[in-house]
Design a binder for this molecule. Structure first.
Ligand code: ADP
Ligand code: MG
Length: 396
């Protein structure tokens, strides 16, 4: 697959629209993990070095009704500026007069970040008219978000179709590194899938059954499976209407010899708060007034046992609500063990996802994995062998 790249264009004195991923974890207005910002830096600096003006487009979160201050990309400006060591200006809209004025007055050597593309309905609809509004702001479009390449959204797909476009350096790196490790992975290969985006990721699991020998299901995702097995899960995060899908995934996995590993013990609490009272119980014993917030120590042992007999591990989604201690225990323990096995050459490890990477950084293990991707969902869809719309549009 030949991607068009920055090498194919003369960037001098051109306005370069760059789709980046500024969708970083934020707590009390502070960026808590800036991995995605750091990974966006090489393309932006290369554009500057070659005399282009970088105009950055990004989504942030999942706004449903237009503007929402908590999802403004402005929150990433300071952290991005620190990473780039350049001035980053901000425009409070990604289209129209405000955006155009900000582009026209952008001083040479500086960077412009535009407001959240998802504040406009046209973004998720891949609307050609919205894409045309974005296109007015630049001469060349550089797509540098593998992490959103699975979505046919306007700033990912339509925009790349209607103007001269190419992949950024991060997009190139993500695809070549993932291909290196995963196009014919060393077997047995195991996926670890956790986190909270149950409805979007549950369907992906179905398609992982065939390429994977084993799948560990943890975090909020596991609750839907435990409920599907008839266990009480109390107040836990769960998508009850997805239970049939969960049951069919378990049945298909059995037929196709893919082992599904669910928590055998759980850490439960009555409230989701730091260092609150919690207890470890068997997986079928969550009290009606409590919620499952992490996997227990027996589950950690079980996961370690499976890791020991695995050659390649692919991980998206934390095993518990890791942001709040002590619910980071299972994620931390598994991350440290994968890091150790990777460092001693026993396993190849790839992890991706905004929160996953933040959790791995928190446990000090991210830099010990074979490869860390900025992508979560996109990386799972890529694994299924799907053509990602945001990548296909960049091939010549
Ligand atoms: P990623 O960003 O890596 O793709 P997700 O966004 O799917 O991952 O999921 C991360 C979130 O899942 C975290 O905020 C974490 O607190 C949450 N989570 C994990 N396990 C649980 C659980 N048992 N209950 C509630 N939330 C959970
Ligand atoms: Mg997330």
């Amino acid at each position: 697959m030949a991607l068009r790249t920055l090498d194919d264009f003369n960037l001098k004195n051109k306005n370069i629209l760059i789709r980046v991923d500024m969708n970083v974890p934020i707590h009390n207005g502070q960026v808590t993990d800036s991995t995605r910002l750091s990974r966006a830096v090489p393309t932006i600096l290369e554009v500057l070095e070659k005399g282009g003006k970088p105009i950055l487009l990004s989504h942030f979160g999942r706004p449903t009704r237009g503007f929402d201050l908590t999802m403004s990309t402005q929150q990433a400006v300071t952290a991005l500026s620190n990473r780039l060591k350049k001035r980053v200006h901000f425009a409070s809209s990604c289209i129209g007069e405000t955006a155009q004025l900000a582009v026209n007055t952008l001083p040479e050597g500086d960077v412009l970040l535009l407001e959240n593309t998802r504040f406009h309905q046209g973004e998720k609809k891949n609307d050609p008219e919205f894409a045309a509004e974005l296109a007015k702001l630049g001469d060349i479009f550089v797509s540098d978000t593998f992490s959103t390449a699975h979505r046919a959204h306007a700033s990912v797909e339509a925009l790349a179709r209607i103007m001269p476009s190419c992949a950024g350096r991060l997009m190139e790196e993500e695809i070549s590194r993932l291909e290196n490790v995963l196009s014919s992975p060393k077997k047995p290969v195991m996926a670890v899938v956790g986190g909270a985006k149950v409805s979007s990721k549950l369907l992906l699991l179905e398609n992982l059954i065939s390429p994977m020998d084993k799948i560990v299901i943890g975090g909020g995702m596991a609750n839907t499976f435990l409920a599907a097995k008839g266990y009480n899960i109390g107040q836990s995060l769960c998508e009850h209407e997805m239970q049939d899908t969960a049951r069919s995934i378990m049945e298909n996995a059995k037929k196709m010899n893919c082992e599904i590993i669910l928590p055998i013990d759980i850490v439960v609490a009555k409230e989701f708060a730091a260092n609150t009272n919690c207890e470890t119980l068997p997986a079928d014993a969550c009290p009606a007034d409590s919620m499952i917030l992490d996997a227990g120590s027996q589950t950690i042992k079980l996961i370690h046992e499976h890791l020991k007999h695995t050659k390649t591990v692919i991980w998206n989604g934390p095993l518990g609500a890791f942001e709040v201690p002590p619910f980071n225990k299972a994620t931390d323990a598994a991350a440290k063990y994968v890091a150790e096995l990777t460092q001693s050459g026993k396993i190849l490890s790839v992890a991706g996802g905004g929160d996953t990477v933040s959790a791995l950084n928190g446990s000090g293990s991210a830099d010990k994995f074979t490869y860390i991707s900025t992508a979560g969902g996109a990386f799972l869809e890529w694994l299924e062998g799907k053509t990602l719309p945001g990548v296909a549009v960049l091939t010549s």
